[in-house]
Design a protein. Sequence first.
Lengths: 138, 138
Amino acid sequence: MDSVLYLKKQKMKVTKGRIAIIEVLMHCKKAITVEYIYESCQQNGKSADLSTVYRTLDTLESKDLVNKFDLGDGKYNYLLKDKIHKHIIECSCCHKKQEIDCPMVQIEELIKNKMGYSTIQHELKIKGICEECKKSKK
Amino acid sequence: MDSVLYLKKQKMKVTKGRIAIIEVLMHCKKAITVEYIYESCQQNGKSADLSTVYRTLDTLESKDLVNKFDLGDGKYNYLLKDKIHKHIIECSCCHKKQEIDCPMVQIEELIKNKMGYSTIQHELKIKGICEECKKSKK
DNA sequence: CTGGGTGCAAATTCTTTGCAAAACC
DNA sequence: GGTTTTGCAAAGAATTTGCACCCAG
């Protein structure tokens, strides 16, 4: 899907800056910084102000389209959610199952950076007690 | 173990501020912010400057005694490592096994905050290709 | 045309740093 | 007594905000 379509689907106004930003995000497999997005836009000849990058990312986050996390260096990295697989969290009480974005994305990035591992794979099961069950037990 | 002993073991000079900071960390089960540590120290009548808190946490981090991560709100949370269990990461190539601090601590905190789950448990297997194997394959 | 989006500059927030004074061993 | 560590204030880095102007719908 191209960036214009992407924006339209989200009912966001299609502007030069947003197109440029989405394009950078789409072409990147891993989480990237605001700075990186900003500079990439410039290199593509499609400038967008830094604050526009921040604001666009905020909008995308509020629409749950982007994953935002910190890799321990004091700045955020962003990744389009459609590049992330899901996991299931199961309530140990009512056995309801819910999807969550794979939380290992940022962990894997950290392991890569700190320990030098590559091509990381994982297997993860998560259980917990969901909000409703917790309330009803009180 | 008490805070003075803790500091001595790490060959850190024992000062009022550090004692206060370590004590707060020791008494806390979950990851806490710098601000929280700072204020707790004051409430305990043992003031330590904000910069001292930062510096002490830096020292602890450099000695690998503390886990530092961001929960998506733009500030760091800290947790003593001895409260964290370990996982094993296995190299899928040479089958070497290495310990890593449970990466789920921060993820669980996030799931608690965002989804309302509590008493979260997990089961996690991680594999990857370690640095040496990656190099030797090139 | 009109409201949302942008650029610019200034403000905020969290964290780091320089330096003289104080505390530790 | 000689380092380390501290407190204070000032600097830095990342992000947010206010506002006038602009552009997509």
